[in-house]
Design a protein around this ligand. Structure first.
Ligand code: SF4
Length: 416
């Protein structure tokens, strides 16, 4: 049975004129406290109160002097993203919709018997316009700050469902994380810091739709999240249509970049594959997927994700037998494959569903249905290829001409 829960706003909601502590690095806290004449060990104490102990207020930070607590309360706040709405599903999935200044974002908590997974957002909305994704209908709002990204995790860590379970974090909610590279990497460093939040690096995964320059940059980081590629098609013809980023960075370039990622001894790149009936779910697609992995000598595993219906998109999931046949073909050929259970269907827990169901995107959906070509539509500043810190974005032109007037991928495959 579904419960709709009106969540209380978390303690420490951002207050005008005070600076956020969530999102601040230890180094930045040192500088801030040094300016107040405090010794450097105070920074470590404050950092641990914010991230390791998740103190909701300054009053409880008892290892700090009373005077410092009072002073900090006038200059800083401990606010996390304001929870506008949260829902719980019969299967235990919890979904949070955040009201942010100038946008909204969401995160999903998925408890399992031996772990809990947090799916978090990196942007309010998204510029990439994948055709099977509801977030795409919102368009691009803005990049989330490191504090807003980390704040989602802190909020969910306080959820009683987490308990002592190990936590996995996946950047797979709203937004393309590599489009907001600097803020996402800064948030990642805060998430894995063992002195603070302390999530093991191997438990953090970043999923990209295919921003190749970001993948190449990630490969040079001393510490980075695990890489997942949202692939979803095995030919450029199909991928061009369901993921317009493919016109800029086609499959060969994308998988080439993924294969060049230096991997740890037991690490593999995850290939996510949203299964769409009539588009990408035939055995011929499975064989091509296998061929691509072999051709690029990619150490990979595959996550099959049956399309989660809802929100008005004109796609549906393939029948169970088809998904199993696809899965078995890959597994039998030696490519490790996992078919994800659809979680939280009763609370519309697929990416963007909660926000879109609030009514944000029906105009764009109508335009698509009238046959408009979203990939060619003007995109706001801050689009892919832009500077994630400044927000001065630029939409890169396609290397290849866009296919002719957009037809649904399924139509083309059915030869219409
Ligand atoms: S699938 Fe991801 S990258 Fe594509 S539009 Fe949705 S949020 Fe953006």
């Amino acid at each position: 049975m579904t419960r709709n829960i009106e969540e209380p706003v978390p303690a420490g909601v951002p207050a005008t004129g005070r600076a956020p502590l969530v999102g601040m690095s230890l180094e930045a806290m040192r500088g801030m406290l040094a300016a107040l004449g405090e010794p450097s060990y105070r920074a470590k104490q404050l950092y641990q109160w914010v991230y390791a102990r998740r103190s909701p207020d300054f009053e409880g930070m008892t290892s700090l002097s009373h005077g410092l607590r009072e002073r900090l309360a006038t200059t800083h706040h401990l606010g996390r993203p304001e929870v506008g709405r949260a829902q719980s599903s019969a299967d235990g999935t919890r979904k949070y919709l955040y009201k942010l200044p100038g946008g909204k974002a969401e995160s999903v908590l998925m408890p399992e018997p031996r772990r809990v997974t947090f799916c978090i957002s990196s942007q309010a909305g998204c510029a990439l316009d994948c055709r099977f994704c509801l977030t795409a209908l919102m368009g691009f709002g803005r990049h989330l700050t490191p504090g807003e990204i980390v704040g989602q995790v802190l909020t969910m860590l306080d959820d009683p469902a987490v308990g002592e379970l190990p936590v996995n974090v996946v950047f797979m909610g709203m937004g393309e994380p590599l489009h907001n590279y600097d803020n996402v990497l800064e948030a990642y460093r805060l998430l894995i810091d063992q002195m603070g939040i302390g999530i093991p690096p191997r438990r953090v995964t970043l999923s990209t739709a295919g921003m190749v320059p970001g993948i190449l940059r990630l490969a040079k980081e001393a510490s980075r999240p695990r890489l997942a590629i949202s692939l979803n098609a095995t030919t450029d013809e199909i991928r061009d249509q369901i993921m317009p980023i493919n016109r800029k960075h086609p499959i060969a370039e994308l998988l080439g970049a993924a294969a060049a990622m230096p991997l740890g001894p037991r690490e593999r790149v995850t290939l996510e594959y949203v299964m769409l009936e009539g588009v990408n779910a035939e055995l011929v697609d499975a064989r091509r997927l296998l061929g691509l992995v072999r051709k690029h000598d990619l150490r990979a595993k595959v996550n099959l994700i049956p399309f989660n219906p809802g929100g008005g998109l004109d796609y549906k999931a393939p029948p169970k037998e088809k998904i199993m046949a696809f899965h078995d073909l890959l597994q039998t050929a030696g490519l490790s494959c996992y078919t994800r259970k659809n979680r939280g269907r009763d609370i519309s827990a697929a990416c963007g569903q909660l926000a879109v169901l609030d009514g944000a995107a029906s105009a764009k959906l109508d335009a698509r249905r009238r046959g408009a070509r979203p990939a060619d539509a003007p995109t706001k500043p801050g689009g892919p290829g832009g500077d994630s810190r400044s927000g001065r974005g630029r939409v890169a032109k396609s290397k290849r001409p866009a296919p002719g007037r957009a037809r649904r991928a399924g139509d083309r495959r059915r030869g219409k």
